[in-house]
Write a protein that binds this ligand. Structure first.
Ligand code: ACO
Length: 351
């Protein structure tokens, strides 16, 4: 039987660390000012979200999401013992694409130097659920014999599109820049617990206006009618969120999706080495662990160090704890994600 397997994993975060204290002093280009620009505090952010710091690309330099994706992809390729030219399919998950179109996968393909090789490029737009949705696609492609080496990347640059005034504080404090990647391929095995065991994506479009970033609205005009200088009254340029509704839906669906993954695979928490939830808010994850009766010592969190890197959080968290020696190659992970859309899902796989 052919199953899909993770052959290599890697991640990349920018060197620039932005603490909760420093965040208060940033201007719209995230350059440090002498006076506070946002009314928030380290205490509020830690207590409500668990976040201590996040990473940003350097202010004043031109970085695009495909640049972060490329750096994570190169590490995943090295981990797999493969070269970029071996890849025949790229799946790129992001909510912060390089430009409106084309998608970021083709920009990253070119940066990896494989634009002249046969390689399909997909961009997927499932926000914080991007990694599990992408894993589902990669798993299906590989099992069907369609592609042999799939590069799945989740990457985000949030720092360029956040509102650094008090008006945007509920959203801005949550997000960070970063990227994670896996290389996947087929394995011939009779072991039902090898490779990717399970994936399942869900969505509920009635939650679409619970968390969104407009910038562009095709229903209104080719370009949204806005005055980019009028930052005080214009909300089109920045992410908008109904935080409490997102929080409650995230807890409910992440608990349900985790239980669904166990029921579908016939596994129990005794069989799973690590629970890797999406990293949106430490309080969400602690509540999911509590309601889902998940052994707390098996739950891995990195939101304290990186904030919410949306499509990147799952591979970034696994790689973080693998570098610390906690997660070992071959460990069995149950991952559950929730994001804008609303979209959510879960997956069980060996790393
Ligand atoms: N600093 C200081 N005060 C703040 C801040 C801040 N950064 N943000 C909000 N406040 C204030 C509010 O204005 C409010 O003040 P008021 O009582 O005077 O009106 C007070 O703090 C309480 O605000 P709440 O919204 O009730 O705070 P809550 O405990 O709900 O936490 C939060 C807000 C952190 C945003 C929470 O709702 C949350 O995490 N929601 C989920 C967010 C999420 O998961 N987003 C990502 C989804 S994934 C994706 O696909 C991108």
């Amino acid at each position: 039987m052919i199953r899909a397997k993770i052959l290599g994993l890697g991640s990349y975060v920018p060197d620039r660390v932005v603490t909760n204290d420093e965040l208060r002093f940033l201007n719209p280009k995230h350059e440090r000012q002498t006076e506070p620009q946002m009314d928030t505090s380290d205490e509020w952010i830690r207590k409500r979200t668990g976040i201590q710091e996040r990473r940003y690309v350097p202010a004043g330099e031109t970085w695009r999401t495909s640049d972060l994706g490329k750096l994570a992809a190169e590490r995943a390729l090295e981990d797999a013992g493969l070269e970029a030219k071996d890849i025949d399919c790229i799946i790129f998950g992001t909510l912060s694409p390089d430009i409106h179109f084309p998608g970021s996968a083709v920009f990253m393909q070119e940066k990896l130097g494989i634009n002249s090789h046969y390689c399909a490029c997909y961009d997927i737009r499932q926000q914080c659920s991007g990694f599990v949705y992408g894993l589902e696609m990669a798993d299906a492609f590989i099992k069907a014999g369609k592609y042999k080496r799939v590069l799945l990347v989740g990457a985000e640059i949030h720092s360029h599109s956040l509102d650094y005034t008090t008006r945007g504080r509920d959203v801005t404090v949550l997000f960070g820049d970063g990227a994670g990647a896996v290389v996947m391929g087929p394995v011939e095995t009779t072991d039902p617990r090898e490779g990717v065991l399970y994936t399942r994506g869900h969505a509920d479009g009635s939650g679409a206006w619970g968390l969104y970033l407009k910038i562009f609205d095709i229903g209104v005009h080719g370009m949204v009618d806005y005055d980019p200088k009028d930052r005080e009254v214009n909300s089109t340029l920045y992410p908008q969120m109904k935080g409490k509704a997102v929080f409650m839906n995230a807890v409910k669906q992440m608990v349900a999706a985790s239980k669904e993954a166990l029921a579908a695979t016939g596994l129990s928490w005794d069989d799973i080495d690590w629970f890797v939830p999406h990293q949106a808010n430490l309080r969400i994850n602690e509540t999911v662990v509590q309601y889902g009766k998940i052994p707390p010592e098996k739950a891995l969190n990195t939101i304290m160090f990186y904030g919410n890197t949306t499509a990147a959080t799952v591979p970034l968290t696994i790689d973080h704890y693998r570098q610390e020696g906690k997660v070992k190659k071959g460990d069995l992970v149950l991952s559950t994600v929730f994001g804008a859309g609303f979209t959510w899902g879960s997956a069980v796989f060996r790393v």
